[in-house]
Write a protein that binds this ligand. Structure first.
Ligand code: PEP
Ligand code: MG
Length: 286
């Protein structure tokens, strides 16, 4: 809690994955409350369960799918299995009085997902209120931008949510049509591909113009070279694993925003991810 200014991505599915039954509401509430208390006065972005894709969960007895990364994953699963979603929302909202809770929806591909999820969140709040439990009034609801469709309509999406975080791992996977787990196509997995960067820039511009917070998570959030470009686009919230934080902070403290803006403006017009990376390595001193 000391070295981070907030929690940028609390991957709640890890609480579910190796269990024979899903964690009960009260158990989840205690975990969420502990995290909110540990980060008192700081924002905690709790991502609702992102099961499916590479993250299987035997206890849910999910259907076998030919393409699990394009299947019943993240918010899609939660909208089908409302019992799981509602239990998690009840636990999170009951814990919300302990700190600054931000709820983030994964694998959102369009506005329908957002509206459906928000209706359920509203239902759960009313249900709790009727039991005499009041969620904190300032709980924010946002989305991950990790499916290209939602990046392309980021201007529309920004009007429907309080905030967003770019999920760089999946945005790269889905934009480039490359399975992030398959070593056979690893060379196609290029986070600096101009298509990926342009989508990110569009999303950052759309949210920034509306005064809504947008951050980045996934591997690029902890990579100083990527951070330079993203901060050059206007991102001010970076989420990284704890071991990446010291290097990232040192990098940010020793480089000016003007320098990052110059780099960002140059790279979006380069033709390949390789050339973009090379440009950054040549122009940014460590
Ligand atoms: C991402 O996709 O970038 C992300 C942060 O989520 P995950 O890696 O858990 O899919
Ligand atoms: Mg993801």
């Amino acid at each position: 809690a000391q070295i981070a200014d907030s929690v940028g991505l609390f991957r709640t599915e890890y609480m579910f994955m190796d269990k024979a039954v899903p964690p009960a509401e009260e158990k989840q509430r205690k975990v969420y409350e502990r995290v909110l208390e540990a980060f008192a006065g700081k924002d905690v972005i709790l991502r609702t369960v992102d099961i499916g894709g590479d993250k299987d969960y035997p206890a849910f007895d999910l259907p076998r799918e030919g393409n699990p990364f394009l299947g019943l994953r993240g918010i899609r699963l939660c909208l089908k299995r409302r019992d799981i979603f509602k239990t998690q929302l009840r636990a999170a909202l009951r814990a919300s009085a302990a700190g600054h809770l931000w709820l983030m929806l994964p694998m959102v591909s369009g506005v329908n997902d957002i509206r459906r999820a928000k209706l359920i969140i509203g239902d759960v709040k009313r249900e709790l209120a009727s039991e005499g439990v009041h969620a904190a009034p300032d709980v924010k609801v946002g989305v991950m931008i990790e499916v290209p469709s939602v990046a392309v309509i980021a201007d529309i999406v920004a009007d429907e949510v309080d905030f967003a975080s770019i999920g760089s791992n999946d945005l790269c996977q889905y934009t480039l049509a490359v399975d992030r787990m398959n070593p056979g196509v690893a060379e196609y997995y290029e986070p600096f591909h101009p298509a990926v960067l342009r989508l990110m820039k569009f999303a950052v511009d759309a949210f920034t113009r509306r005064g809504k917070p947008i951050g980045i998570c996934g591997e690029m959030g902890g990579d100083p070279l990527a951070a330079a470009v993203l901060m050059g686009f206007g991102i001010r919230k970076l989420s990284a694993s704890p071991d990446a934080l010291p290097g990232l902070k040192k990098f940010i403290r020793t480089h000016s925003i003007a320098e990052m803006e110059r780099c960002a403006a140059s790279v979006v017009n380069l033709p390949t991810g390789g050339e973009i990376k090379e440009f950054l390595e040549r122009h940014i001193e460590f």
